[in-house]
Design a protein around this ligand. Structure first.
Ligand code: PEP
Ligand code: MN
Length: 358
């Protein structure tokens, strides 16, 4: 069985950084009495600006080794260079993770994968900072190709220019869901700490991850979060972690309860038939659009007409709101439909053009 599926949820907790021996031991002592499968702590920290605390390096590996022995809890660190892997193995680290700023770089990921050839230690791969599912998928494949059999993906959100919707890193849920569609067996872990950047929202995002069929959670935990040397705003105390875990509702994909399963099947059949109608209607809409292309060509009109697009945004947006649907959602959907419609119109205009030239 995949190491990261041995508990549901599989919980990874511990401080952002291993700051002092006392802090590591105190956190590990508290977590070892809870439903926590793995202790995390950063010993080399990739900081955005120079001059911030960059981790205690090899010295901190010694503290983690001591915590592991004393509290019988496996330990994980972030590695960004082959030299980090070599030291981690020397100090008996059980699990490695690759940070978001490393996953973006295929050269570096390959160096790490090469350093792991013949060493089957579990590896967790954080999503790259940019919204690129292929890059994330590719990094995971590099470790699998190197022979790592226990791989997990960690969803930690994606950077943007501003902290839109109050997140430090945008969750963009369709990206981890797409990765899971491509690799159904992959263990998917959510890191609500780096997504929210805010300890008050950890519970809410953790529950959302459970509702999205995630396998586990990585939650930054510190005995005195406000005094943390890195990521102070997002860490929780071990006691708060205990409350968050106790409040989680863990849901399943399937149920043994036949009446629940049958109701779901019935609703799914209704939904299947609605989806067929939606697709048939879109096909009809595209046919109309092709007819319009002929008229536009004959009257020497552009395929894209800004005034018409403004009208679509306005009227479809209003109709969405009348149905209590989000205007942004419907406008985004229409952006896709309209774009496809224009693409088809351009094809029509172009092929007529060629005929005339012939
Ligand atoms: C971390 O887990 O502390 C960390 C640096 O994460 P990320 O790579 O997601 O920024
Ligand atoms: Mn952190």
């Amino acid at each position: 069985m995949n190491f990261f599926k041995t508990a549901k949820p599989f919980v990874i907790a511990g401080p952002c950084s291993a700051e002092t021996r006392e802090q590591v031991m105190e956190t590990a002592a508290a977590l070892s009495t809870m439903q926590v499968q793995l202790f995390r702590a950063g010993v080399w920290k990739p900081r955005t600006r120079p001059g911030s605390f960059e981790g205690n390096g090899e010295q901190a590996l010694g503290w983690l080794q001591e915590a592991k022995q004393q509290y019988k809890i496996p330990v994980a660190i972030e590695v960004a260079e082959p030299a980090h892997i070599e030291l981690a193995l020397r100090y008996g680290i059980d699990v490695l993770w690759v940070g978001a700023r490393t996953t973006v770089n295929p050269f570096q990921v390959q160096h790490l994968a090469d350093a792991l050839k013949g060493i089957d230690i579990p590896v967790m791969v954080k999503n790259p900072v940019n919204t690129d599912v292929d890059l994330w998928h590719g990094a995971i494949e590099r470790f699998e190709k190197a022979g790592v059999t226990n791989v997990a993906a960690i969803h930690r959100g994606f950077s943007g220019y501003s902290a839109a919707a109050g997140y430090r890193n945008q969750p963009n849920w369709p990206i981890p869901i797409e990765l899971k569609r491509r690799k159904p067996e992959l263990a998917m872990i959510c890191d609500p700490s780096h997504i929210t950047g805010n300890r008050d929202r950890i519970a809410e995002v953790s529950q959302k991850a459970m509702d999205m069929h995630f396998d586990g959670l990585m939650i930054e935990t510190h005995p005195h979060p406000e005094e943390a040397w890195s990521d102070a705003a997002q860490q929780v105390t071990p006691n708060r972690l205990k409350e968050i875990l106790a409040g989680l509702i863990v849901r399943e994909e399937y149920t043994q309860d036949m009446s629940g399963q049958m109701q779901l099947e019935y609703l799914r059949q209704l939904m299947d038939s609605l989806d067929s109608e939606i697709i048939d209607l879109i096909a009809k809409r595209m046919e109309l659009s092709e007819q319009m292309a002929l008229v536009k060509k004959a009257s020497n009109l552009t395929a894209y007409q800004p005034g018409r697009w403004r009208e679509i945004v306005e009227t479809r947006g209003e109709r969405a709101e009348a149905h209590m649907l989000s205007k942004e959602f419907i406008v985004e959907l229409y952006e896709k439909i309209h774009h496809e419609s224009i693409r088809k119109q351009l094809l029509v205009l172009e092929s007529l053009e060629k005929e005339i030239k012939k």
